[in-house]
Ligand binder design. Structure first.
Ligand code: FAD
Length: 622
């Protein structure tokens, strides 16, 4: 029984966003409630049993560096680890891990259940309580389907794909946010009732087959890294045995089958009207869009150590079951495979993210924060990264503290949030390294240097993490000094390491004073990148300084773009809609041109000189 129904922060949803939000808020001292349909489903991977990947792996490292959960839980439950992009520069190296899809939610739940200040409540949030505030409103709590009312000055909505979720397999439609689970029916109307504009998106998942029915002799094995690297800066040793995945592929026969049945695919029959992720297309999309390709890879990924289910990565589909059955039987190795879950697509409502601030609080409803798929993103990592920021800022809002807003030069998390709130989305947003203009600086290896001091300052980083971080930074500095001073054949070791073909392995035996530090993968890896890419990193640091100048120019909150003379109509409308915080952010708003920014700068300079009108009304905090 839940007795105390008054909290500081209520988090709606126990997915990847909700878990990080609740953990962060509670650890920052806010009495927090996590309301979710089912305790058992907390942290359940809706789709692929994997965490990380290109751009996404960096997000997980950043969540970890701030004191979040995703990296640790992945290390504790990961069953195959690989560093992607190893052949490219370290700026784009990205860790990825297969996770055990039973162990992962269980471990995540254990962390949350043992977290002080956090109460987990099973239930469905149907209504939002609010009251008039200033020119908008302020959140006051939530009402559950069974009539319970929970009150709090801050609410984080992290309800994923569940808002009016509708699943499709062929012409079969089932109400629900994910297979076997209900939809959130009332919450969309509650959000719309607060004046938030909603859109609709879709995503999809492939069929799963029974492991015992797969003919592995026909498949190519795919193992993880021989020396797997953990996600979390706190992990020394990975806990689980490492398993193999397998590789198969589609063929012209399958493509023919799909073409012949396209009219029965909800995306093509007109049954689904919303947009799905372009970069993560269904197999029917791939066959249409890449008509000249006769084959697409399929990765067979075990869903867990003791699981009999294999996830067929690469053939996400919402074709009817009879077509899926024929398609699977045509895949080499799956001729006799038994399908244990059919692929499906899900359509769901999301909130147009231009309506939120970079703190993830909605602009017009004070205290209402949004995180995860509900903001138009896709992916566990994107959700977790927003979750931790929403949790931090919800707790800080309750404590009367200013929000934490990261810069694009500080973190991938900030790149994503800035993209969302500035540009909005027209399809599910996922992270790519190419979205980050400062990616040489935003590397997976230095996420701790970029964010752990901030995590410590705001109170999320505990003593153990902080001590470990400081020790690593000391060791890294000591190693850099030694590499610059020790000489080999008349040149410093750092000079040698600048050569592209020099990996430094020969120095360990010649210089015992650095051997131990070289054996530390995190320390040695960090030093190598800093030395080998020093020139690029310096150039990027200079570019970042210029970038920061525009980011430092804060736009007064009371600015009325419609009154700025000479500003083009489109720029006025877009700036009024997005209401950027800084001139830097204004310059990234779609439809705003450099000439508009020049006019805005002139206006701001005039205001600073005092020849503009005074603010319309005083700034009101909560
Ligand atoms: C079919 C499918 C396919 C997908 N395919 C991909 C893919 O290929 N690639 C990819 O990156 N991502 C994919 N995803 C998306 C991925 O699952 C999400 O991005 C991620 O889980 C989002 O995390 P979240 O925390 O925002 O929401 P979720 O993980 O969806 O969690 C939402 C939580 O909110 C709870 N909840 C919802 N409404 C209420 C309510 N009213 N009251 C109480 N609790 C509520 C739910 O119980 C759940 O715990 C897919 C998702 C689905 C469903």
């Amino acid at each position: 029984m839940t007795r105390n129904l008054d909290f500081d922060v209520i988090v709606v949803g126990g997915g990847h966003a909700g878990a990080e939000a609740a953990w962060a808020a509670a650890r920052l001292g806010a009495t927090t409630a996590m309301v979710t349909f089912s305790r058992q489903a907390i942290g359940r991977p809706s789709c692929n049993p994997a965490v990380g990947g290109i751009g996404k792996g960096q997000l997980v490292r950043e969540v970890d560096a701030l004191g979040g959960l995703m990296g640790r839980v992945t290390d504790e439950t990961g069953i195959q680890f690989r560093m992607l992009n190893r052949r490219k520069g370290p700026a784009v190296w990205a860790p990825r891990a297969q996770i055990d899809s039973q162990l992962y939610p269980a471990r995540l739940r254990a962390y949350l259940e043992s977290c002080p200040n956090l109460t987990i409540i099973e239930g469905s949030v149907e209504e939002l309580l609010s009251e008039a505030f200033n020119r908008g409103s302020a959140i006051r709590g939530v009402v559950l389907a069974d009539g319970r009312r929970l009150t709090a000055p801050a609410v984080v909505i992290a309800c994923g794909t569940f808002l009016r979720g509708l699943m499709h397999t062929g012409d079969q439609k089932t109400v629900g946010g994910r297979v076997g689970e209900p939809a959130a029916e009332g919450l969309s109307a509650a959000l719309a009732g607060l004046g938030l504009q909603l859109g609709r998106l879709k995503t999809g998942t492939p069929p799963r087959v029974a492991r015992h029915s797969v003919d592995f002799s026909r498949l190519q094995e795919q193992w993880g890294d021989p020396e797997p690297a953990p996600f979390s800066f706190m992990t020394d040793r990975l806990a689980q045995p490492q398993v193999c995945c397998w590789l198969s592929a589609t063929n012209p026969q399958i493509h023919e089958l799909i073409r012949a049945n396209l009219h029965r695919a909800p995306m093509y029959s007109g049954q689904i009207k919303s947009r799905g992720p372009r970069y993560c297309p269904s197999i029917e999309d791939k066959v249409v869009r890449f008509a000249d390709k006769s084959s697409h890879q399929i990765f067979l990924e075990p869903e867990g150590l003791d699981s009999d289910r294999i996830y067929l990565n690469g053939i996400s589909t919402s074709l009817p079951q009879d077509v899926q059955a024929q398609m699977v039987a045509l895949v080499p190795g799956l001729e006799r495979a038994q399908v244990v879950q059919w692929g499906y697509a899900v359509e769901y409502d999301f909130v147009l993210p231009e309506q939120i601030e970079p703190s993830l609080m909605t602009r017009n409803v004070r205290g209402l924060f949004l995180a995860g798929q509900v903001n138009g993103t896709s992916g566990y990592e994107e959700a977790a990264a927003q979750g931790i920021i929403a949790g931090i800022n919800a707790a800080r809002y309750c404590a009367g503290k200013p929000p934490v807003i990261l810069g694009r030069d500080q973190a991938y998390i900030a790149v994503m949030i800035d993209d969302l709130v500035t540009r909005g989305v027209t399809e599910p947003y996922r992270m790519f390294t190419s979205r980050a203009e400062h990616r040489l600086v935003l590397r997976y290896d230095n996420a701790d240097a970029r964010l752990t001091p901030l995590g410590r300052q705001i109170g999320l980083v505990d003593d153990a993490r902080w001590e470990r971080f400081r020790a690593k930074q000391r060791d890294l500095a000591a190693l850099m000094d030694l590499l610059k001073t020790l000489k080999y054949e008349g040149r410093s070791l750092a000079d040698w390491l600048r050569r592209p073909d020099e990996d430094g392995s020969r120095f360990a035996s010649a210089f015992p004073q650095i051997a131990e530090l070289m054996a530390r993968r995190d320390v040695w890896g960090g030093a190598l990148v800093e030395i080998k890419y020093a020139g690029y990193i310096e150039r990027q640091a200079r570019a970042m300084e210029q970038f920061k100048e525009l980011e430092r120019l804060v736009i007064p909150e009371d600015i009325n773009y419609r009154q700025i003379r000479h500003l083009r109509y489109e720029a006025r409308e877009r700036l009024e809609a997005v209401r950027p915080r800084t001139v830097g952010q204004a310059s990234r708003v779609s439809g705003v041109q450099p000439s508009d920014i020049s006019i805005l700068l002139v206006e701001l300079a005039a205001r600073r000189r005092g020849d503009a009108k005074p603010p319309i009304e005083a700034q009101l905090s909560r």
